[in-house]
Design a protein around this ligand. Structure first.
Ligand code: UD1
Ligand code: F6R
Length: 365
């Protein structure tokens, strides 16, 4: 079933041009998006006072990537909940809330318990899942199957990018009554239709990521700095590295750098800075300058052609990725980091598809 690939994680990373296509199949129209499962609920979602995204691990990170465009396109405040933390706090959930549950398997215990809790509190419950017939799919009021195809590797890869795309379509559908964002929505729809070919393009970085991985095999830790649309990319890139390559890694909000993390910077600690083109670009340029002035060992991810704009001194290692609609950039930016985590794992001699101590579906608390 792995075909010409050595591991499922590798196969699933390389499958993304296809899985993104199947996620969007039949749902993207020139005039807007059509999500069969949500038709009857869109008006209720529009009227909600708040959207609460709930998930665990990679699915939480996908929701975090969706938060900025959900807020932008709908004008509804969006809050984030790690499922276990919502349960620990018994945090407030109201009838006027739309609770969006994100889960690849649809069987994660904490996510399902959070769903029971939100149902008891009267919220409209929406599922975003890869698994038709899963408990999540059955117990939510409505939802979207991401149709990414079965994911076997324990580390979630293609489900992450398809979850973001499914939530982009959700945001477009909920925001479709807003005249002021019509042009923006059209640009995002056009960006979505190009994503599979952008994903094929970025997968060509495979050999470069293998080479980068070989320069990092003996590192003890890897930091990843992102902000704005790509804060989620930083968290998710770091999660992939820690869970499969068994290397300590932290994703950090670049805006928090001076509030603590800067103390870690020296000439040895590798730091990935995500600095692709968006409204935060000049802030990231200044973060890079500040890290370089402390002799940081930088790997900068930037848009194609931006190497000298992000690192004029030429002292950083640069990963150039295709430029896509700013809010969809996380779908492309995570792919080189998935490849990096994959190669790092193989080179360090660990089990890629079955990382130590982990299970594909966490059905116990
Ligand atoms: C559906 C069919 C698809 C068919 C298409 C044709 C299914 C599973 N999907 O896709 O095979 O090609 O119509 O128009 O038969 N749901 C939840 N919670 C979730 C996920 C989904 O309640 O977490 C519900 C939806 O609200 C919907 C149903 O499950 O009622 C199917 O969802 P989805 O597969 O996303 O709908 P379509 O894309 O319309
Ligand atoms: C990371 C990973 C886990 C899952 C988490 C939630 O690669 O796979 O962090 O994302 O256990 O699983 P689902 O999405 O099935 O609820």
């Amino acid at each position: 079933k792995k075909g010409s690939y050595d591991h499922f994680m590798q196969k699933e990373i390389h499958e993304q041009p296809h899985s993104l296509t199947t996620t969007m199949r039949g749902r993207l129209k020139d005039s807007g998006v059509l999500l069969g499962g949500l038709k009857e609920h869109i008006k209720t979602i529009r009227r909600s006072r708040r959207v609460v995204f709930i998930g665990c691990g990679t699915s939480y990170n996908a929701a975090l990537a969706a938060r900025p465009f959900m807020e932008e396109l709908t004008g509804i405040p969006v809050t984030m909940e790690v499922a276990s933390d919502l349960l620990d706090r018994q945090g407030p959930i109201y009838r006027e809330d739309t609770a969006v549950f994100v889960s690849q398997s649809g069987e994660t215990a904490d996510t399902l318990l959070a769903l029971d809790y939100a149902l008891e509190n009267g919220a409209l419950c929406v599922g975003i899942t890869n698994t038709v017939g899963s408990t999540l799919s059955r117990r939510t009021h409505c939802g979207v199957h991401i149709n990414a195809g079965c994911e076997i590797g324990v580390a979630s890869t293609k489900a992450y990018t398809s979850q973001i795309v499914a939530m982009a379509m959700l945001a477009l559908a909920v925001g479709s009554d807003q005249i002021s964002t019509q042009a923006r929505r059209e640009a995002i729809i056009s960006g979505l239709s190009s994503l599979p070919s952008n994903a094929s393009e970025v997968l060509k970085l495979d050999a470069e990521m293998k080479e980068l991985a070989s320069s990092l095999i003996d590192s003890e830790s890897l930091l990843v700095f992102g902000r704005g649309y790509n804060y989620a990319t930083a968290l998710e890139g770091a999660l992939k590295v820690k869970e499969v390559a068994l290397m300590h890694s932290e994703g950090m909000l670049a805006g928090e750098m001076k509030h603590g993390p800067l103390a870690l910077v020296d000439e040895n600690l590798p730091i990935i800075v995500i600095a692709t083109r968006d409204a935060c670009f000049s802030k990231q340029q200044s973060v890079i300058q500040q890290l370089l002035s402390r002799k940081g060992r930088l790997i900068v991810m930037c848009s194609e052609g931006d190497a000298s704009a992000v690192c004029p001194s030429g002292s950083c290692r640069v990963i150039e990725v295709p430029d896509v609609a700013d809010c969809l950039q996380p779908v492309i930016n995570i792919i080189p980091l998935q490849l990096l985590a994959y190669h790092l794992t193989v080179l360090r001699g660990f089990d890629v598809d079955q990382p130590r101590n982990l299970a594909k579906s966490v059905t116990t608390q």
